[in-house]
Design a protein around this ligand. Sequence first.
Ligand SMILES: NC(=O)C1=CN([C@@H]2O[C@H](COP(=O)(O)OP(=O)(O)OC[C@H]3O[C@@H](n4cnc5c(N)ncnc54)[C@H](OP(=O)(O)O)[C@@H]3O)[C@@H](O)[C@H]2O)[C@@H](O)CC1
Ligand SMILES: Nc1ncnc2c1ncn2[C@@H]1O[C@H](COP(=O)(O)OP(=O)(O)O)[C@@H](O)[C@H]1O
Ligand SMILES: [K+]
Length: 502
Amino acid sequence: MKTELLSPTEMAEADRRAIVGGPFDGMGLMRNAGTAVAREVMRHYPAAEQVHVLCGPGNNGGDGYVVAGLLAESGMAVSLWASEEPRPGSDAAVAAAECPLQPAPLAALDADAGAVIVDALYGAGLSRPVEGDSARAIELVTARGLPVVAIDLPSGVSGASGKITGPAFRAALTVTFARRKPGHLLLPGRDHCGEVVLADIGIPDAVIAELNVRTFANAPKLWLPHFPVPGVDTHKYRRGHVGIFSGGPASTGAARLSALGAARSGAGAVTVLSPANALAVNAMHLTSIMLRKADEVSELGAYLADRRPSALVLGPGFGVGDKAREFTLAVLASRSGAGGMVLDADGITSFRDEPAALFEAADAEGAPALVLTPHDGEFARLFPDLASEEDLSKLERSREAAARAHGVVIAKGADTVIAAPDGRAAINSNGAPWLATAGSGDVLAGLVAGLLAQGMPAFEAACAAVWMHAEVGSRFGPGLIAEDLPQAIPPVLAELVAAARR
Ligand SMILES: NC(=O)C1=CN([C@@H]2O[C@H](COP(=O)(O)OP(=O)(O)OC[C@H]3O[C@@H](n4cnc5c(N)ncnc54)[C@H](OP(=O)(O)O)[C@@H]3O)[C@@H](O)[C@H]2O)[C@@H](O)CC1
Ligand SMILES: Nc1ncnc2c1ncn2[C@@H]1O[C@H](COP(=O)(O)OP(=O)(O)O)[C@@H](O)[C@H]1O
Ligand SMILES: [K+]
């Protein structure tokens, strides 16, 4: 599937440009859209006893009139219901006039078991919570458990944000056009879409390219050209060296999980940087991973100068406080040649009272690329105003945060958003709830650093790490604990390396 995601505004602009450039006018695009939906209804529900097509006042309803006409023509039993008449002069009004069926008022909707619902109430134009007859129709269909095929978006779901502010259909299938919209991937919208089918309605790729889209579905296509594949003549340091800061003796496991994530991603060497009092416990549990003492900023400086690590991770199990801030700022200011710094967990929390100091350090000339990996709670500590702004979608919030932080932000969760300071953003959707387990985020931080260390640019490294982490977790399934993640990376890595070589 194509990776660009179009906001409703961008989609409207694509429609407009496509209509100007041809070959299809607005009615032509609507007929193509209706044809694609009718095809999917017939493919998925060939034995439907009755198809109820529910039309709203806009062009989403217009698609519905086309669908109803085509399904009736093909011999299916179709009932047509409309909430209001389409606006005179609109494409939807033409579609309604061309439709051989007469609509009944939506208020009278009734539907029995065995029926299929086509939702053409609202799509890209949803502008407020669904109320009145449309709301009652949604409640009736939901209560009876009838399968719903949504046109473009399930009515009630915002295409821009995935937010739901009132009643909304839960579709079994959603057929959308040209490109998916953020609301198909962001929660709770994603959960209401069911299977998403993307239909080509004749909007040329060149029209989409002109829009300079900055939002993407996270998928290998997006970053595979940058994915590290070792040359035959490589050596371990050329494959990248990652330094990972450990916490004190009672909290060392998180850093080791990160270290294993970094090592399994293909980094050639990984060092755990440990306080003296935790060296023994770390040494007991490390084999291929190196270990070095780092209590003071001077020791950190010596490590950076001697070993010139290509990426670092600070935060997992590290402890919140001055030391985390000092070490982070020392790395960002070191000019040691490190390509990236992943700040996670306690590393993020340590800057809650002075986020500007972090953001300024990341903005300085020659600083390593900063990647922040907050879950919702950590995000709110660093960006309290963005977190509490109800009107912002997770996408918008993450994008603003990345611009402010001068770094890549991985806003974690079931719908992780990766945002870059240059405005690019990707939404991840291949995860599974099995990933919600202690230490899972620590492995992710290590994976990001491992890919950074191998020379991937920060946004691409972040996207690739999130995708791999989610893919590994989904494939592993029930029973997953964080220790399983690094060990389960190789099969996914093998597929990516093979694809990158092609
Ligand atoms: N040529 C094209 O552009 C193509 C477009 N295509 C199709 O068009 C769809 C977009 O069409 P659209 O822009 O007309 O928006 P749509 O979703 O039908 O709703 C707008 C209407 O609903 C109203 N309204 C909104 N929310 C409401 C609420 N809660 N409760 C009550 N009313 C509400 C809103 O009122 P207003 O906000 O203006 O007051 C307005 O009247 C798109 O999803 C795709 O299916 C395809 O055919 C491909 C070619
Ligand atoms: N429901 C979910 N579906 C998919 N991924 C999830 C879900 N819940 C959490 N995750 C992922 O699991 C990881 C949890 O990280 P985090 O909250 O930092 O946990 P920890 O600090 O214990 O490692 C993140 O990558 C997050 O995106
Ligand atoms: K719809």
